[in-house]
Design a protein around this ligand. Structure first.
Ligand code: ADP
Ligand code: MG
Ligand code: ZN
Length: 552
């Protein structure tokens, strides 16, 4: 059987996706290969097809037991003999699986990295003709990745000890150039056999919203506009999931919760209900989605931010696997990152590792404040490039460009007066001329630029600082307690050689429209919709382009 035949006969697909053929042909030629493809890009087929074409057995190393079960079930549904060997499988069931593999009746065996590192398991494997070791989520091997797992480190020597000398296929969605190199280095993969496909997801419209009213308000409005579409709302804690779920149910949105603290039976039911379109909206922690193969997810909302771009893109990427227009919305609140920062502060990992986690947080903050194309920002983060997408919330930002050079210079001077020794909160308070004890302690009121931006709210000043960091006029230094300093572009701005612009409403201190949490939801939504229609008409854009609460 050729790979094309297997694609048609076993999976029912007519053509390969980007990168699949390149990976499969290299694997079939006996090479060690690294496949880097976005979430939903179709990495599984890259080892499943060789497994069926090869005469022997393929071992799939997968980090999560729950994920294995889903994959094995899906393969069985396609009539492909696969099995998992892990701690949930009773010991007496292991030998029959290995025997079936020996007889060619099981082609793929899913294991955890810890299992493959066990000497006795390798002893057993040595009775089998193992052709290929596929290592899924291969970024776990790297300390520079976002999910380091020590057991991945020993895989190379474990594989080298196998009698049948299988080749290795590493797969990941999230490798930055450093991680990529590290994977290649640690698994003995020649960079000539790195297959890296485009990271863009052209059918996903990325949005960042900074809600002035509550996140809940935004979500209600969003769900009302997307009632019949499947979507996932990510929240970063179990408690947060339960609370948001209760709130939405109370407001008559038929949502279901999912997190790892729930009963396994309940989780399985929720997953099934979503898969088979019985429930449209799932409120979940990041535990949800890994094993889910639902192609028509139309939106992924992040009610709280992810803690790094890798996780964000992976979760957002669960939208639109079918290639149809979909949305990924980050509802950004700086407090989310503060909480993550605290977690990193508390962790016992070594300093280098922690510093990298802090840097990853900063990249999320910059994503939330960048004026550049959001898709482009993400792709560049992963070391590739692409033109502006033309449809993300930045590409379609209709607000007028304002010259903010004077404000920027004031902040820069203030940062200099503070000797670059204070964090965003202090700089924002000093810029807006807050009178509190902290300001007194550091002698801020006597600085020339104290209160230079007093027409801004403290929040608006903090947002301005975020923006200036994101565009390189300011920078953050130090990981645990980042301080604000003059950035690369800052000197030219201070010298008056460069201007700074920002898209924003004309008057940043305009009195905000207050949307109240009214019990009469319908009336509220009517008002919002009406406003949106008017705004859209004013700006000459279709109503769906007027989204963010900041315009409402
Ligand atoms: P990844 O592991 O890269 O996130 P998966 O392997 O889970 O992605 O595949 C994502 C989806 O794409 C699955 O529903 C899969 O069946 C589908 N898919 C994979 N390859 C093809 C193809 N060549 N044609 C059509 N659909 C495909
Ligand atoms: Mg996968
Ligand atoms: Zn864009």
């Amino acid at each position: 059987m050729t790979p094309e035949q297997v694609l048609k006969d076993n999976f029912g697909f007519t053509k390969f996706r980007n990168g699949q053929e390149a990976v499969i042909s290299r694997v079939m030629a006996g090479k060690n290969v690294l496949a880097v493809m976005p979430t939903g890009g179709g990495k599984s087929l890259c080892y499943q097809i060789p497994a069926l074409v090869n005469s022997g057995v393929t071992i799939v190393v997968s980090p999560l037991i729950s994920l294995m079960k889903d994959q094995v079930d899906a393969l069985k549904q396609n009539g492909i003999a696969a099995a998992a060997i892990n701690s949930t499988i009773p010991q007496e069931a292991v030998n029959p699986i290995l025997r079936q593999a020996y007889e060619g009746k099981v082609k793929l065996i899913y294991v955890t990295p810890e299992r493959l590192n066990m000497e006795y398991f390798r002893y057993q494997l040595n009775f089998l003709p193992v052709d290929l070791i596929a290592i899924d989520e291969a970024h776990c091997i790297s300390q520079w990745g976002h999910d380091f797992r020590p057991a991945y480190r020993q895989l190379r020597s474990a594989i080298a000890g196998l009698r049948s000398q299988p080749n290795t296929l590493a797969l990941t969605a999230t490798a930055t150039p450093t991680v990529r190199e590290d994977i290649g280095h640690q698994l003995g993969i020649d960079p000539a056999n790195f297959v890296i496909t485009s990271f863009t997801r052209p059918n996903i419209t990325f949005r960042v919203v900074h809600p002035e009213n509550s996140t809940r308000c935004y979500i209600r409005e969003y769900l009302t506009a997307h009632r019949d579409e499947a979507g996932i709302i990510y929240v970063n804690t179990r408690k947060g999931v339960d609370e948001l779920t209760a709130y939405l149910l109370e407001h008559h949105f038929p949502v279901a919760a999912y997190h790892a603290g729930m009963d396994p039976a309940d989780r399985a039911r929720v997953q099934d209900d979503f898969q088979f379109d019985r429930v449209n909206t799932i409120v979940a922690t990041s535990a949800f989605g890994m094993g889910i193969d639902k192609s028509n997810v139309r939106f992924v909302l992040h009610a709280t931010s992810a803690q790094n771009i890798e996780s964000y893109y992976q979760e957002a990427g669960r939208a639109g696997r079918d290639g149809l227009p979909s949305e990924a919305v980050l509802i950004y609140h700086p407090n989310d990152l503060r909480q993550y920062r605290w977690f990193i502060d508390q962790s016992t990992a070594d300093d280098d590792y922690r510093d990298r986690q802090y840097q990853k947080l900063q990249a999320v903050a910059n994503y939330a404040s960048t004026p550049e194309c959001l898709q482009q920002y993400i792709v560049r983060y992963f070391g590739q490039d692409c033109p502006p997408c033309g449809h993300c919330s930045n590409c379609t930002d209709e607000r007028t460009v304002q010259d903010i050079t004077a404000e920027s210079q004031a902040v820069l001077k203030l940062v200099q007066e503070l000797h670059g020794r204070f964090g965003k909160g202090v700089v924002a308070q000093a810029a807006t001329g807050s009178h509190n004890q902290r300001m007194q302690e550091i002698g801020a009121p006597s600085l020339a630029n104290f209160g230079a931006l007093q027409k801004l709210t403290k929040q608006a000043a903090a947002s301005l600082i975020d923006y200036l960091v994101a565009i390189g006029v300011l920078k953050t230094a130090g990981a645990q307690y980042p301080v604000i300093q003059v950035g690369k572009r800052g000197w030219a701005v201070l010298e008056g050689e460069q201007t700074v612009t920002r898209r924003q409403e004309k008057s940043p201190d305009r009195s905000r429209t207050q949307v109240e949490e009214s019990p009469d939801v319908a009336a509220l939504f009517d008002r919002l919709r009406e406003k949106r229609r008017k705004l859209a008409a004013d700006q000459g854009v279709p109503p769906f382009m007027v989204f963010s609460d900041r315009t409402l």
